[in-house]
Design a protein around this ligand. Structure first.
Ligand SMILES: [Zn+2]
Ligand SMILES: [Zn+2]
Length: 396
């Protein structure tokens, strides 16, 4: 890397007015070419930083937020760079042409945008599209890419409306390790409704703190669907089932929740869950708990009780407004009320022991060996896994 620096120094010391025209032109060509090669190398390292999740050391939720904050890059640009870095990893022919100096980064941006329309169709046509980028001007390449996208979309729309509706179906079933497999085809109208709601949730999330791109688009959609279901369950209009409002119920063995081995925790539909997940689930306000008797003295044995009564949850919301993790400002509708000292360890379900955390930060503080949260003189103090204090960064 220091050789790179000294090459720049050498360039800087040249007196340009003394150089002949041909030399300036030749140097410019070399610099233009090198600049693009360097950009490719920068993006390759960005993709590696994302893959190794190096940004997590300081609690950033994504490579884009790390890039934006550390190098004072705008959110849009940071997200764009991460997206291109990620896409390039899956575009072998494009990479090859870049390495050989046959494509500019501007052309690559057009190709990445085309790929977004349908990555698997792009992979089939990549060689032809790269060839187009090689021979056409930028203007013509943009038209070629637009035609290609239209053709891909036309192919998909070739089937009739009624026939499509007949094919609607949705399966949701418990599979391996309590995962739930969702699979189906929605008719255009229902599909449009789903996409509208998903988009609204995704937009609201990125508006509240536009840094969420560490997850794959598929993971973001899965989280959004969970959020939609959670918020439906929290609504007051939902129908009652067997005289009760439906709610997620976790049944915990008193020993399991206290971290001892043996004893199980279960959810009604998917069955046994990991003790760590059970502790996190049983920490939050919107869940019902049933504690089963263990050898130690259990709480509320066998009764369904809500973990945090609605009035206390409201008080926590009034005090905190949004997620309390340093630098996070997700609104309370996206948050759980976290017990700083878990109730299973004797922590009271009372205002001073409860802190609003968005679901992602809630997950982070419950992870063994992850970020820690303690009350020090009544104020929540967040620590990194190595024990150092995470300063409260003001939200942007
Ligand atoms: Zn918690
Ligand atoms: Zn948060």
């Amino acid at each position: 890397m220091s050789e790179l620096r000294s090459a720049v120094e050498a360039l800087r010391s040249e007196t340009l007015p003394d150089l002949p025209d041909a030399q300036i032109e030749e140097d410019f060509a070399e610099l233009q070419r090198t600049l693009e090669l360097l950009e490719v190398e920068r993006l390759r390292r960005l993709a590696e930083i994302e893959r190794r999740r190096i940004f997590e050391r300081d609690g950033y939720l994504s490579a884009a937020s790390w890039l934006a904050t550390t190098y004072k890059v705008s959110w849009g640009t940071a997200r764009d760079h991460v997206r291109i870095a990620r896409a390039l990893e899956e575009m072998p022919a494009t990479r090859r042409a870049l390495d050989e100096g046959e494509l500019s980064m501007s052309a690559v941006r057009v190709l990445v945008a085309a790929r977004d329309a349908d990555p698997s169709a792009f992979l089939r046509c990549e060689t032809e599209l790269v060839e187009a980028a090689r021979i056409h001007s930028m203007h013509d390449l943009q038209r070629v890419a637009a035609y290609w996208r239209q053709a891909v979309e036309r192919e998909r729309a070739a089937e009739g409306d009624d026939m499509l509706r007949q094919r609607r179906r949705l399966h949701a079933s418990v599979s391996f390790l309590g995962m739930v497999r969702v699979d189906g085809d929605l008719d255009p109208e229902t599909g449009e409704t789903l996409l509208t709601v998903l988009r609204a949730v995704l937009d609201a999330e990125s508006r509240s703190r536009g840094e969420d791109d560490d997850r794959t688009p598929a993971q973001r959609r899965a989280d959004a669907l969970g959020e939609i279901c959670r918020q439906w369950l929290d609504g007051s209009e939902r129908p009652t089932v067997a005289g009760e409002r439906p709610h997620v119920t976790v049944t915990v063995g008193a020993e399991a929740i206290q971290g001892a081995s043996g004893g199980t925790s279960e959810l009604d539909h998917v069955g046994p869950v990991h003790p760590e997940a059970a502790r996190r689930l049983a920490c939050d306000a919107s869940v019902m708990r049933v504690v089963m008797a263990g050898r130690s003295e259990p709480l509320d044995v066998g009764r369904r009780t809500s973990v945090v009564p609605p009035a206390i949850r409201r008080a926590v919301i009034v005090r905190d407004h949004h997620c309390r993790f340093p630098g996070c400002d997700r609104p309370h509708t996206w948050c759980d009320a976290h017990h700083v000292v878990h109730w299973a360890d004797g922590g009271p379900t009372a205002l001073p022991n409860l802190v609003l955390l968005c679901r992602r930060h809630h997950r982070m503080v419950h992870q063994a060996g992850g970020f820690r949260l303690e009350l020090e003189e009544g104020r929540p103090v967040f620590r990194r896994p190595d024990g150092s204090v995470l300063e409260d960064r003001a939200p942007p």
